[in-house]
Design a protein around this ligand. Structure first.
Ligand code: PHE
Length: 533
């Protein structure tokens, strides 16, 4: 394989052995595999449903062009220009402040990875359960894979039966093991995994969509998803939801896209890559939406409850009503969730791993161990089966409560805040026009001056508005005594809604401080390097 870096005159000591994608296809598969994940299958449909179907897709499409695409171009360019993952990439471009933002982003990514993998672990259990008791009549607690209880199928009971057992712990450890294996040889093993998983995901999605829209009444669901609703478009919360969902879905703000782009040759076309990855992601998302809404309408299902309910309870219920091949379709649906989630988890962990390799100059194995050790502990904690509320208030178990609160804070603030800071630093400190000139050098589609306006003003203003609105809601709840989270019969569990955000915010700020202040031997210093591209 020719190494495109050999001929480059800006090679620095830390570049050696970082790895490189074998081909552009490898990169596109990996980046789209990162983008397509639980966000597309689990969260998009429930957001779209919650915000009224047709009311959601219009703001979502706007969010793609106004926010998603420019930030993706920015994150790709940052990685390729510096051949570094987010913290060191930002350090080279804008100095130590940038590195601080990078580590803060990655330490938040660690928290998000913890529960992301737990949800994947549950999906893995449901996948195994699909062959066993999930679609058997009367699937209820306790969870016993391959055993058939006696009454009508009930995925909700099955899921709550599942999470009060220790099986999910085994599942999360399995998912972590698979993730670590996939990263063991960097780009080489990642490429091997995505070459199999990503095409399979598309295939399963196509099968599901055909099944969905050919169900009697299925087309009504598709119409619901695509009929514009004017009231919703005027609702601020719909826009807030669309912006957050877009960031998460495109894997922005958590250092993953920068890490993946750092393995590209210097002449990569970032505009073209961003268009490809984001259109594949949003295309997949709409296809998933069509399949899921077709099923909802065909079987008159009503998704009530949290975000997980749609894919974990309602879809299996729909599949159980299929006239044939119920187990096969159920298995395939959860296998699809597992594959999509796995390729995203791999990218999340790679963002952190490569950052540690870049900063500490440690081996990949050591960096992986540094990420996976706290990661597995966190995933196990969010999968813990202890019941804190037998009435399922706040979802019942310790693990699910922890997950819910962590998701609210880590997910609710980190991605958008990082996006906001990236735009400020790159747009103002480095200079949007300078960055644009560097991107345009290798891009067929030339970005105009509008790109500068977008990066310097539009994107930060929109993101800041969403962050402030979210903060306003959370703070006014906190001051009125209603902290985020449920009230549990067990007194100690009531500390969770306070302890979790403090641990997350305190922990991430400390990690960012410690890493930023640690010198990296032979790394060229900060802003000066930026003049070279
Ligand atoms: N985009 C992924 C999804 O839709 C989640 C993700 C976010 C992955 C950020 C990596 C980084 O599920």
């Amino acid at each position: 394989m020719p190494d495109s870096r050999r001929h480059d005159d800006t090679v620095t000591p830390g570049d050696a052995g970082r790895g490189a994608w074998k081909s552009k296809l490898g990169f596109i598969l990996a980046a789209s595999g990162s983008a397509i994940g639980l966000g597309n299958l689990v969260f998009f449909a429930s957001n779209a449903y919650q915000f009224g179907g047709g009311a959601f897709y219009f703001p979502y499409l706007i969010a793609l062009f106004v926010l998603g695409l420019p930030v993706m171009v920015l994150e790709f360019a940052t990685g390729t220009m510096t051949r570094r993952s987010l913290p060191m990439a930002l350090r080279r471009l804008v100095g130590a402040r940038g590195e601080y933002v990078g580590w803060w982003s990655l330490s938040s990514a660690l928290f998000i990875t913890m529960y992301y993998i737990t949800i994947l672990g549950w999906a893995l259990c449901m996948m195994v359960g699909a062959l066993g008791g999930l679609f058997a009549p009367g699937a209820t607690a306790p969870f016993t894979p391959f055993e058939s209880p006696s009454e009508g199928p009930n995925a909700t009971a099955y899921f709550f039966g599942l999470i009060v057992t220790y099986w999910p712990l085994l599942a999360v450890v399995t998912v972590w093991a698979a993730t670590v294996w996939a990263l063991s040889r960097g780009t080489e093993t990642i490429e091997r995994v995505v070459r199999v998983c990503v095409p399979l995901m598309w295939l399963f999605m196509i099968v599901l969509i055909i099944r969905g829209v050919t169900l009697p009444g299925g087309v009504d669901g598709v119409l619901f998803l695509f009929t514009p609703a004017v009231d919703g478009i005027l609702d601020v919360s719909v826009w807030k939801g669309a912006f957050s969902q877009m960031f998460f879905s495109l894997s922005l703000g958590l250092g993953t896209m920068t890490a993946y782009a750092s393995y590209l040759p210097k002449n990569a076309d970032h505009v073209n890559n961003s268009l490809l990855v984001s259109f594949m992601n949003c295309g997949f998302e709409y296809l998933a939406g069509i399949a899921i809404f077709a099923m909802l309408f065909a079987f008159s299902l009503n998704p009530v409850g949290g975000t997980l309910s749609l894919s974990f309870f309602v879809i299996p219920q729909g599949i159980a009503a299929f006239p044939f091949w119920v187990k096969a379709f159920g298995f395939m649906f959860f296998l699809l969730v597992v594959l999509a989630g796995l390729t995203s988890a791999i990218s999340l962990v790679e963002g952190m791993t490569s950052a540690l390799v870049d900063k500490l100059r440690v081996s990949r194995a050591k960096a992986l161990a540094m990420v996976a050790t706290p990661g597995v502990i966190g995933s196990v904690m969010t999968a813990l089966p202890f019941v804190v509320d037998p009435d399922l208030g706040g979802n019942g178990t310790f693990g699910l409560n922890l997950l819910d609160i962590l998701d609210h804070w880590a997910f609710g603030y980190s991605l958008l805040t990082v996006g906001f800071l990236e735009c400020l630093l790159l747009g103002w400190v480095l200079g949007a026009s300078r960055l644009r000139a560097a991107i345009n050098e290798h891009s067929k589609f030339q970005l105009g001056a509008w790109f500068d306006v977008q990066i310097k003003f539009v994107v930060p203003a929109l993101l800041l508005t969403v962050i402030v609105l979210n903060l306003w809601t959370d703070l006014s709840n906190a001051f009125s005594g209603a902290a985020y989270g449920a009230t549990y019969p067990l007194a100690w569990a009531n500390w969770l809604p306070t302890v979790v955000p403090v641990v997350w915010l305190g922990g991430t700020l400390i990690v960012a401080y410690v890493f930023t202040n640690r010198p990296t031997p032979d790394e060229p210093e900060g802003v000066a390097v930026a003049t070279k591209f």
